[in-house]
Design a protein around this ligand. Structure first.
Ligand code: HEC
Ligand code: HEC
Length: 348
């Protein structure tokens, strides 16, 4: 009797384990944004739920692979020279190294600095002005933009369809080799969604694995008082649109107003994350600040409240920072770099 119960327990354990191992092999991970470690998506401890929903685009490692290939494929630009990855480079935390403004097909210059791509699944809106609010349809903007890839969506699909091993890849992933816009955008969106950066020194301090130096801790104090309202941890942005007091630059970019047509939104931009800053210079929407020192100089002396009625009330009058405040702040900001993200072989 006992023995048979034991045998039964043992058997069910084996069945359960086999099922679990079976599950682990199954690359279909999630429908509702829950734990998806195997495909590379996870919600780091203490982070809010992501904004992007995987309900219509369940994560699979094969889809991610396809998305990565499309992301890095220059044939998806008019002259076959520029891929998403030309401007969004892994070692630069997916920004464009050494470029003040973006640089697309035929040497055409864009009007904005290329932001890094990480933690994109948490962004409720995309672009400096929030001109897109969906990680999938957003992709059409750079693809079709004259100064970026300059390729109409239909032609992109035709080019993909003309490549035999893409057909094979679509068949492997989706069961049929139909090359549709929806499948293409969803795959690229999945690749972007797994670009999670959550292993900076700051993160390690939160989880008790590291400690700030005295300088970094002092910088954190200043940061909490002066910066964190807009650059809110753990994503280091509250995703709002604000005017941080920059003088209109050479591009005279109206920012959020271009989308809403509201005068009140002129010169407001999406608050950028401050993770990975050492990989993403230069800074600001038009790349005008070459270094973090230049950024801090702006906040401490150059906030131009007189230039725009829309300068954020928090910053009216500037943020007086002493020499040691600046040094401490800079040390703190550097703790937000995640070099394991910038060097992750999976993303290359
Ligand atoms: C020529 C350079 C260039 C190319 C090529 C390019 N991008 Fe971008 N990307 C930019 C710039 C510049 C911005 C900011 C645009 C803006 O704010 O108007 C941007 C913004 C984005 C954003 C929003 C980031 C944020 O923080 O809001 C995403 C996502 C993105 N690009 C994905 C892609 C994908 C996917 C491709 C390929 C289909 C691509 N990009 C191709 C330069 C480029
Ligand atoms: C009122 C909200 C607000 C406050 C407070 C604020 N910022 Fe910003 N920050 C912004 C906005 C908006 C931008 C983007 C401005 C642009 O490019 O036009 C920005 C941009 C930046 C950038 C450039 C990031 C990049 O990728 O280009 C850095 C670095 C930065 N802020 C650091 C700080 C620091 C340090 C403090 C505190 C001293 C601070 N910010 C306070 C709103 C704010």
């Amino acid at each position: 009797m006992f023995a048979s119960i034991r045998k039964y327990t043992l058997l069910s354990t084996v069945v359960l384990l086999t099922a679990l191992i079976g599950c682990r092999k199954d690359p279909v991970i999630t429908t509702d944004g829950q734990v998806t470690a195997e495909a590379g998506f996870r919600i780091p401890q203490g982070w809010p739920a992501p904004h992007y929903s995987f309900a219509e685009n369940p994560l699979k490692s094969t889809v991610i692979q396809l998305g990565k290939r499309l992301f890095n494929d220059p044939t998806l630009s008019r002259d076959s020279t520029i891929s998403c990855g030309s401007c969004h480079q892994p070692a630069a935390a997916f920004s464009q190294a050494d470029h003040v403004l973006s640089h697309g097909v035929a040497g055409r210059l864009g009007v904005r600095n290329t932001p890094g791509l990480f933690n994109m699944a948490w962004h409720p809106s995309l672009m400096w002005d929030g001109g897109a609010n969906n990680l999938e349809t957003q992709i059409l903007a750079p693809l079709q933009n004259h100064v970026e890839m300059d390729l109409m969506a239909q032609e992109a699909l035709d080019r993909i369809a003309a490549t035999p091993d893409y057909r094979q890849a679509f068949r492997t992933v989706y069961g049929t080799d139909e090359i549709t816009l929806s499948r293409t955008l969803k795959a690229i969106a999945q690749f972007m969604a797994i670009l999670i950066s959550d292993d900076s020194k700051w993160d390690q301090v939160q989880s008790g694995k590291a400690q700030f130096t005295q300088t970094e801790a002092a910088g954190e104090q200043v940061f909490q008082q002066r910066c964190a309202t807009c650059h809110q941890p753990p994503l280091f942005t509250d995703f709002s649109f604000r005017n941080n007091g920059l003088m209109p630059g050479a591009t005279n970019d109206s920012g959020r107003m271009l989308i809403t047509r509201e005068q009140n939104d002129q010169y407001r931009f999406k608050v950028p994350s401050l993770r990975n800053l050492s990989f993403t210079p230069p800074y600001f929407h038009d790349g005008r600040a070459p270094t973090l020192d230049a950024v801090l100089q702006h906040y401490s002396t150059a906030v131009q409240s007189q230039h725009s009625a829309n300068t954020d009330p928090i910053l009216q009058g500037g943020v007086p920072l002493s020499g040691s405040d600046k040094a401490n702040l800079k040390a703190f900001l550097i703790t937000l770099n995640d070099s394991s993200f910038a060097t992750n072989p999976r993303f290359r």
